[in-house]
Design a binder for this molecule. Structure first.
Ligand SMILES: [Zn+2]
Ligand SMILES: [Zn+2]
Length: 403
């Protein structure tokens, strides 16, 4: 029994023989055959899978032409396939495009797929010619593209289509690239809970640069780094943003925290723009060393009365940072390799407990380990090798969970 939208059932029965054949295949142990035969079997099976794909595309086309998606409760065949078969966004629509183009224009390609000579990915790459090339050359182009498909990868077929388009209509091809670029977008918006949602779709030259920047900033700090790859990428965005705005913000931050002068431990502190609670660790980090502006205020009557803004003197000066760079060399957490330019200057003794902004009371910590220290998950010890340097050691409980 299968379901797709509001349609449920076992199908017409034409696939029963196939299901039985696959059941049998699954009982076969490949280790019983000679290895050379197994290699050949992989190629045969791949060709049969492509032939099945061609059968499915034929069904997709019929379903599309006769409105089967309405029966299942969908507006288009593409959304029915994407949703019903749990495909990636756009994949269902791409299947429909391929099915339509094979039927209407690319008869030889359809036959090659039905014969198992090319894959669906090849066929999709060939049908792309319908959008990229003038319609009067398609008949001539198809056999050439098929030849490429029979010896090369789908990527090579795509490149061949692009090359033809470029040769036939260079201006049109360039126009196409520009037209495609119009689809690029990036949405960055604050959600109701005060977090930010990021969503986008960018062309290769932007995406590749972003990926390179993320790769540079989102690596593991050391073996005790417990963050997932997704979490590290999210944290990397803050570092990339800081690096991009360095030297341009002249100490004026776009983010402010308003804190009650009577509660400098951070209880009741709020983000100025949303009024959301800051949390004790975020507050401690902002107070310690931060690009986040702190407004200490007296909560009197209905609002806040600012008493002091910034407390910039607590932040390490360029001369102090240079001294830290020479003494600490990198994030002082054991095993971490983050460079000084990517570190915060952390106050070992909190300024609220009388700690000074003095090189002897400061250490370099990368943002990740800075947070660990403020969460009490790492402790300081003297570096046995370098006098005057401290090292931070992740506490045992958090080291063992890293394995
Ligand atoms: Zn700190
Ligand atoms: Zn670190």
């Amino acid at each position: 029994m299968f379901e797709i939208g509001s349609v449920a059932g076992g199908g017409s029965g034409v696939l029963d023989g196939l299901t039985a054949a696959v059941d049998e295949l699954q009982k076969v142990d490949p280790r019983d055959a000679a290895l050379v035969d197994t290699v050949a079997d992989i190629a045969v099976l791949h060709a049969q899978i492509q032939r099945l794909q061609s059968v499915m595309l034929g069904m997709v086309r019929t379903c599309d032409a006769d409105g089967g998606h309405h029966l299942a409760g969908y507006a288009t065949t593409g959304t029915m396939l994407t949703d019903g078969l749990r495909l990636s966004p756009g994949q269902g629509q791409a299947m429909v495009h391929t099915a339509r183009a094979l039927h209407s224009t690319f008869e030889q390609t359809q036959q090659a797929l039905a014969d198992g000579q090319i894959s669906t990915a090849h066929a999709t790459a060939i049908t792309r010619a319908a959008r990229k090339l003038p319609s009067d050359v398609l008949e001539e182009a198809e056999p050439v593209l098929l030849e490429v498909a029979e010896v090369g990868s789908p990527t090579m077929v795509r490149a061949a289509v692009d090359r033809m388009a470029e040769l036939l209509e260079p201006e049109h091809f360039d126009h196409d690239i520009e037209k495609e670029r119009e689809r690029r977008y990036l949405d960055v918006s604050q959600t109701k809970d005060g977090w930010w949602a990021i969503d986008g779709h960018v062309p290769h030259e932007i995406g590749a640069r972003l990926a390179a920047a993320l790769e540079q900033f989102a690596g593991c700090t050391d073996p005790t780094d417990l963050r997932t790859a997704k979490q590290r990428r999210a944290d990397a965005i803050a570092e990339i943003a800081d690096a991009a705005t360095d030297g341009q913000t002249s100490g004026i931050s776009t983010l402010s925290i308003v804190a009650d002068a009577e509660h400098l431990d951070g209880t009741g502190a709020q983000w100025d723009d949303t009024g959301m609670p800051v949390g004790l660790t975020n507050f401690a980090m902002a107070v310690c060393q931060s690009r986040i502006q702190l407004v200490v205020a007296d909560r009197s009557g209905i609002g806040w009365k600012p008493l002091a803004v910034g407390m910039l003197t607590r932040f390490a000066t360029p001369a102090q940072r240079a001294a830290l760079r020479i003494r600490d060399g990198r994030c002082v957490c054991r095993g971490c390799t983050r460079k000084p330019s990517r570190c915060h200057a952390h106050h070992v003794i909190d300024w609220r407990d009388g700690g000074s902004t003095d090189v002897s009371n400061l250490v370099l910590l990368c943002p990740y380990h800075h947070r660990m220290v403020h969460l009490g998950r790492a402790e300081f010890a003297d570096d046995p090798r370098i006098p005057g340097r401290r090292i931070a050691i992740p506490s045992r409980r958090h080291r063992t969970t890293a394995a």
